[in-house]
Design a protein around this ligand. Structure first.
Ligand code: ATP
Length: 437
């Protein structure tokens, strides 16, 4: 194996504190009698010149004991120890290292949890998914920076291909079927021909049971969290992978248009509201379930163990869509409060999915809602309403809402206007014999 030393590249490309942490890790390993290696995505991304700060370290020797020594020497804390010999060490300054034990795994039956026995680095790398993810960098001081590449990952990076390590790879772990697509589309690599054949075969045979379905969901979440997932979803469709989400999903023109709409809408939203939290993957997931019946949507959400809250968001995104869009697409001018009423009950993800479905007028109205209307609040507080003699209850909520609509439409501007509006509203109620609370 040709030995390439990446020390200089690491020094130039990694943030100083990461580089020093790696150097120190190697020194501590040496002193304590371990061999330590930087592995996985960070090695790949270092060679590609892409930023990646997820530090994964594999040690030959007891991983957890090493994690504890590392934490002690560098003022860190060990968390999340597992029976597979993995642990996480967190350091001040938001640095974190994932430590694993070099080990081999064998599979009792496809897709089962791996049984663990201690073994060497080569075996650890052999159980990884693709050649580009199966390179490591030695950290012990004497050889610090040496690239260890058993399976030709370096060459595959240059050739820009995703290659599985052996022919049983996708049956051992079917989530790799999805990982292949994710990496291929992220870096615009090609899935190597033989690997693609293996995927196609595995797609016919693979199954996701109770044990593996959550891992599949996690992989889907990662795909849908990429910056531009549309291409990956298209590739998933081409490889017939969408059937694992639901067999009735058809990647037709309509679905493609909707997904493209989601991608465009999310780019706009993140650009306009960079600090606002929402769950992009949920919107893609909801879009993919669009062709299914409400019952099928519900079972799919349950099958993937989505939280009730997320399930509700997906279901809400389907209810009354046609009616809302019909109203929002009206040619005549709509009062702001009328636009507001169509959208006020929708969670952000649902709103964005609705926006992805629309064009022209309706889209502009949703943008108007997101940019302006939803930020508008009444000036009179609930407390002040209580002081006017109102009691909490349905009427109370109704007054507040009407007050907000009045403000949205410019019928009240100042706080005094609002107070006047409320008093008049209450007088009206009393005059017509209705109760005030
Ligand atoms: P990302 O940049 O998306 O985080 P990553 O390569 O770091 O990419 P992780 O999912 O964090 O991806 O996994 C870290 C490493 O663990 C991978 O590079 C790969 O070597 C290995 N790995 C992860 N999942 C699998 C899997 N299902 N099968 C085999 N190896 C895996």
């Amino acid at each position: 194996m040709k030995q390439e030393n990446l020390k200089q590249m690491m020094k130039e490309k990694l943030p100083g504190k990461v580089f020093h942490l790696l150097e120190n890790t190697g020194k501590i390993a040496e002193k304590e009698g371990y061999s330590a290696y930087l592995v996985g995505g960070m090695v790949r991304d270092l060679l590609l010149g892409v930023e990646n700060l997820d530090i994964d370290i594999t040690v030959e020797g007891e991983g957890i004991a090493f994690a504890e020594k590392l934490a002690k020497r560098l003022s860190g804390r060990v968390q999340g120890k597992t029976r597979f010999g993995t642990a996480v060490v967190t350091f001040p300054g938001r640095l974190k290292v994932d430590v694993a034990t070099a080990r081999s795994e064998y599979y009792e039956h496809p897709a089962a949890l791996p049984e663990v026995r201690s073994s060497s680095l080569r075996e650890d790398q052999f159980r990884r998914d693709f050649t580009i993810n199966a390179m490591s960098i030695r950290l012990n001081p004497e050889d610090f920076g040496i690239l260890i590449d058993f399976f030709g990952g370096r060459k595959d990076l240059e050739k820009r291909i995703i290659r599985a390590l052996h022919k049983g790879s996708f049956l051992d772990d079917p989530t790799r079927i999805f990982r292949a697509v994710r990496f291929a589309e992220r870096y615009r690599f090609k899935i190597e021909k033989r690997t693609e054949t293996l995927i196609k075969k595995a797609v016919k045979l693979a199954m996701f049971d109770e044990l593996t379905i959550e891992r599949l969901r996690d992989e889907l979440v990662l795909i849908f969290s990429e910056k531009k997932p549309l291409r990956a979803i298209e590739k998933m469709a081409e490889l017939h992978e969408l059937k694992f989400i639901h067999p009735r999903i058809r990647f037709n023109k309509g679905l493609k248009k909707l997904l493209a709409g989601v991608e465009e809408t999310l780019i706009w939203f993140k650009d306009s509201f960079p600090n606002e939290k929402m769950i992009p993957w949920l919107i893609y997931f909801a879009a993919l379930l669009d062709q299914l019946t409400p019952k099928e949507v519900k079972t799919t959400c349950r099958r993937f163990h989505l939280s009730r809250k997320n399930e509700e968001k997906i279901i809400k995104g389907r209810k009354g869509v046609a009616k809302r869009l019909k109203e929002l697409s009206k040619k005549e001018e709509l009062k702001p409060s009328r636009i507001y009423r169509q959208l006020e009950d929708l969670p952000l993800e649902t709103l964005l999915l609705l926006m992805a479905r629309t064009e022209k007028v309706a889209r502009e109205r949703i943008v108007f809602y997101l940019n302006e209307l939803r930020q508008i609040k009444s000036k009179v507080s609930g407390k002040e309403l209580l002081e006017l003699g109102l009691k909490p209850g349905p009427q109370f909520a109704r007054i507040l809402k009407n007050l907000l609509y009045a403000r949205l439409d410019g019928r009240v501007r100042t706080k005094r206007d609002e107070m006047k509006y409320v008093k008049k509203y209450l007088d009206n109620l009393t005059r017509t014999g209705q109760t005030v609370n």
